[in-house]
Design a binder for this molecule. Structure first.
Ligand code: 5AD
Ligand code: SF4
Length: 458
């Protein structure tokens, strides 16, 4: 820590940070908070109290960028009343547009890419002195391994285990905004999770853009999963995002044999058409995807499988779209994030004509959304009458009389609040289900979750 940045208590400047995009950004924001707190800033949760407003951004789709531009307009208005306020754009949009962002947006003082967060205190000092600045270098080694994330509370935590992506899917900006793949050492990830477990965290999600290609020189992702899960059997372990071409039998075996590695996998399909998968540079065919699903379901019969589907990639025909729908019908996902293709500069697909008309994209998107909704409802209804182990998260945002928690398969369960506390494991009898949630009643508290009982037997 540099002493230059420490302000005395009464002059501690306040920083408000707003986060958009994926879990990786949420996890990055937690590290940014630590970097700024160590430099003497106070993190606040109201922009009108703040001396600096930072937006951690996403560039994956044009729509995500538009939302950030909307927020910048709002904060620009704040700045007209309080000209001293510093405005910073961080993350993927910063990396994507680099210095040009400063030229196009006069109210922005700081542009800081995902590998430059250590420079933020320095950039903030400059900005408060009236010098606008951009730092957008990408690193081949930066993992922020030594920076403890500042957790926002709750029973769940995200742990970034690798950064960047080398896959270069034809539509995706991530390799350009987050750079080359690099992994943290296993020992250091284990150390972070051990600390989280002693703080009362009950569930960790290991994060990486392409988490299955984790490699620290000695260990692969299956080793990492097993090591993290052995810290405490009461700690649930999840991970995302898997890539079908790297989702190995070793990872499947770890899920199947280690009780507290959750039986839930997010495996983006994108398209059911081999021609489109090839054009997307996804590195697998629909048959290979099917093979991974069969292997996982055979080893883990109650596996919950979720996915990403994209419609309207350049040249996608009705026949290609039908193949996506048919594969969805065959596999039946528990949930899916669905997207319409959005052309992004720098990517390989940017050079292709965005030739699927807007109304066709909309219709195809509606079709996959409706199909998925019926599949999600069907998967969820299958749980009615069962007693499921639920990790209690806290009060429901919708109705204060209800509490919410999650099953091992990541299904949200709502139940009337009884004698339970945040972080408890309870058995909930499921009485009703929609496509989004399960509803039930607590039948008993569980002192030893199934994962602990099972591991005693193993
Ligand atoms: N247009 C639409 N969707 C995209 N995704 C990534 N890039 C684009 C794009 N250019 C989707 C993919 C990915 C998810 C995180 O976002 O489905 O899996
Ligand atoms: Fe983007 Fe493909 Fe990497 Fe995922 S695997 S981050 S879609 S390039």
């Amino acid at each position: 820590m540099s002493l230059t940045y420490i302000h005395s208590a009464e002059m501690r400047r306040k920083v408000y940070i707003e986060t958009y995009g994926c879990q990786m950004n949420i996890s990055d924001t937690e590290r940014i908070c630590t970097i700024l707190a160590e430099a003497g800033y106070e993190i606040c949760d109201n922009p009108s109290d703040a001396d600096a407003v930072l937006i951690n951004t996403c560039a994956v789709r044009e729509h995500a960028e538009q939302r950030v531009r909307g927020r910048l307009d709002t904060f620009g208005a704040v700045k007209r009343h309080r000209p001293g306020v510093v405005i910073g754009v961080l993350g993927c949009m910063a990396e994507f547009h680099e210095r040009a962002f400063l030229e196009r947006h006069g109210m922005v003082d700081i542009v800081c890419g995902p590998d430059e967060y250590r420079s933020l205190p320095c950039m903030m000092e400059s900005a408060f002195e009236g010098r606008r600045c951009a730092c957008t270098g990408l690193s081949i080694g930066e993992t922020y391994d030594d920076i403890q994330p500042m957790h926002s509370g709750g029973v769940r935590a995200w742990v970034t285990v690798m950064r960047g992506c080398d896959n270069f899917c034809a539509y995706c900006v991530v390799p350009f905004t987050r750079g080359r793949e690099r992994s943290r050492p296993l020992k250091s990830v284990v150390g972070e999770v051990e600390r989280l477990a002693t703080m009362g965290i009950r569930e960790v999600t290991l994060l990486g853009q392409n988490v299955n290609s984790y490699r620290d020189g000695t260990h692969d992702f299956a080793d990492l999963l097993r090591a993290v899960a052995s810290i405490d059997r009461r700690l649930r372990v999840r991970f995302m995002t898997s890539h079908p071409k790297d989702f190995s039998d070793r990872v499947i075996a770890a899920i199947a044999s280690v009780p507290n590695i959750c039986n839930a996998v997010h495996l983006p399909l994108q398209s059911g058409s081999d021609r489109i998968l090839l054009a997307m540079n996804r590195g697998y065919t629909s048959a290979e995807y099917r093979d991974r699903v069969s292997a996982a379901r055979e080893a883990v019969p109650d596996l919950a499988l979720t996915t990403d589907i994209m419609v309207g990639f350049p040249t996608e025909t009705e026949d290609d779209h039908r193949r996506t729908v048919e594969l969805m019908e065959e596999i039946v996902f528990d949930a899916a994030f669905t997207f319409r293709y959005s052309p992004r500069p720098k990517t390989r697909a940017w050079g292709m004509t965005d030739d699927v008309p807007d109304d066709v994209k909309t219709r195809r998107l509606e079709e996959v959304i409706n199909l998925q909704r019926s599949h999600s409802a069907r998967c969820n209804r299958a749980h009615i009458g069962r007693e499921l182990e639920v990790l209690v998260e806290g009060p429901s945002k919708r109705s204060p009389a209800d509490w919410v928690g999650r099953t091992e398969t990541d299904k949200m369960v709502v139940f009337p609040h009884g004698d339970v506390a945040r972080g408890d494991y309870v058995k909930v009898k499921i009485l009703a289900a929609t496509s989004a949630t399960l509803r039930g009643v607590v039948v008993r508290n569980v002192t030893h979750p199934a994962s602990v009982q099972e591991s005693a037997v193993v």
